[in-house]
Design a protein around this ligand. Sequence first.
Ligand code: AMP
Length: 458
Amino acid sequence: MKLHLNDSFREECGVFGIWNHPEASRMTYLGLYALQHRGQESCGIVTLHEGMHLHHKSLGLVADSFSEQNLDRLKGSAAIGHVRYATTGDNLLTNAQPLTTNLKEGPLALAHNGNIVNSKVLRESLQQDGSIFQGTNDTEAIVHLLARDKAKKFEERLINSLSKIVGAFSLTVLTAKKLIAVRDPMGFRPLSLAKLGESFVVASETCAFDLIGAKFIRDIEPGEVLIIDEQGMRSLFMPKSDRKAQCIFEHVYFSRPDSVVFGKGVYASRKMLGKILAQEAKVNADIVIPVPDSGVAAALGYAEESGIPFDMGIIRNHYIGRTFIEPRQSIRSFGVKIKLNPMSSLLNNKRVIVIDDSLVRGTTSKKIISLIRQAGATEVHLRIAAPPTIGPCYYGVDTPKKEELIASNQSIEKIRDYIGADSLAYLSTNGLFKAVAATEESFCAACFTDRYPTPTKT
Ligand code: AMP
């Protein structure tokens, strides 16, 4: 029997783009490699060579999807790329991005991170008007809107089309002449700009710049349409939104800790989440341990603030695939054991504080706590470096439905009882905003507050 190891909600997507580099496809490959944590189901690269597009798209991881030959075939000095986890649409190759098509002015490729809230309505009305969709993902609506818009200039048509979209979109777009980077007016998802010698680079996260030696310049602004071509770089702006809605969950879980997201280092945010958690939810114990890897920085912060020693009490196996063949005779907590192994040499006879970044359905925590007890812990106190997850995400994070989010319908005491911890505490919403230096007018924290920055039903 095959066991699916990732039954909680999963990552979204990552985008990349480069202009004026002799090895554009290879740089994009490396950029996607650095962004792999944002999506593991499919990936793709499109290059621009003599006014034409060349592409390679594949299901699977970046390292398994491209060969030397593929990358050599992807000639050209400009490229965009995408890694995908299917937040909408099935996991089919037709849905793999960048999307590629031809418009009246030539080839168009588009890579999207985010989720379009009104995609169903848009799709239905476009289909009513005669559009034929190739795949089931929400991004295709953008291309149809673009093809139908009557404005003369491409940039104008792009802005007109994107103005009809409700939701989250950080895009890299490649035409026959330009690389364009766009961030929606509320700036849900990150997108940054860097320079590499004479080349410009855009990426979902700055960790992609570090790998290729590019120097961070700035974030693409919410609502900005940044155009890079032979004339240089210029910006247009979409109609302004009266608020921003940068995703706070990028800091809590999604982004790599070595990235700077929305102007703040993710590692520092996570450590601060742990420090504030220690101030808010103290408990006497002998050792602080993280759920690796997502709880590491917060656990360090918690230990520093509380003065309780930190140790890596649980060791993670980094070499597991997406599924695993189970032994015929079932082994208790097999799914989590294959990933995480608590060490009794550190935990035996100890009062243990376990730190994780978030609690979704509670199934992982329940299993981890039972394993920690089996390793000899006398007490297990779970501390979550975020508030209770109570709302699904409509902006590009594939969350379970509201009914499946344990904190949306159970009290903290009931959750504690279910997961089998001696105590359970979450970070407060104020603590979360403080740690990330965020305000509710500039960030979206709907998964924790249930207050959404846009209509969610259209
Ligand atoms: P659960 O068992 O459903 O409570 O899952 C909680 C675990 O899922 C925590 O260890 C989190 O680090 C992890 N997690 C939270 N958000 C995500 C996500 N978007 N993708 C994958 N894992 C996640």
